[in-house]
Write a protein that binds this ligand. Structure first.
Ligand code: SF4
Length: 170
């Protein structure tokens, strides 16, 4: 029994190490667990917009902290070991919008899951990855065929396009 437990622990470590390595290779910060006090969180009236990138978005909350404005994205469901890449990119786009709107670069943003909060540093590398991704999405807008970019059946299950999508996984 002890050997099985140790083996499972070893496997979990390998998976965690590997996902961390892939994330670092993509230039994405992993996020660190933090404690947050939700009393300071303020709701936004309107979405933020940045015309040069035609980018718009509405963080769930903004927090004012030591002269900084920190965007917060709230996600339902159990917290993963590390924030999903799609959540990191969404938060990064809010950081960019906050910087362009208020003239202050947030040092990090917060992803709030039901059981845990992560602070994700808004680094120059993350901003560059975001800009590359936005450019890629713009290019793909004009393509007729864009292949599915994931293997997550649960994502397809919640997708609004599943009735018309011929690449759905379920
Ligand atoms: S149903 Fe299609 S568009 Fe929606 S998540 Fe799945 S593959 Fe993507």
């Amino acid at each position: 029994m002890l050997y099985i437990s140790l083996f499972l622990l070893f496997l979990a470590f390998i998976f965690f190490w590997q996902s961390n390595r892939q994330r670092q290779a993509a230039g994405l910060p992993g996020g660190r667990v933090i404690y947050t006090d939700t009393r300071g969180w303020g709701k936004l009236e309107k979405p933020l917009f940045y015309a040069p990138l035609e980018l718009t978005g509405k963080p769930d909350y903004l927090v004012q902290q030591n002269g900084q404005i920190i965007p917060v994205e709230v996600k339902s469901g159990r917290a993963p070991e590390a924030p999903y890449d799609s959540h990191i990119y969404q938060l990064a786009s809010y950081c960019l919008l906050v910087e362009k709107t208020y003239g202050k670069r947030p040092p990090y943003g917060i992803i709030h899951y039901e059981t845990r909060d992560f602070a994700v540093d808004y680094t120059q590398e993350l901003e560059s990855s975001l800009l590359d991704l936005l450019a890629e999405m713009k290019r793909d807008q004009h393509k007729k065929d864009v292949p599915r970019s994931h293997e997550q059946a649960s994502r397809c299950a919640r997708c609004g396009f599943r009735k018309v999508c011929d690449q759905r996984l379920l």
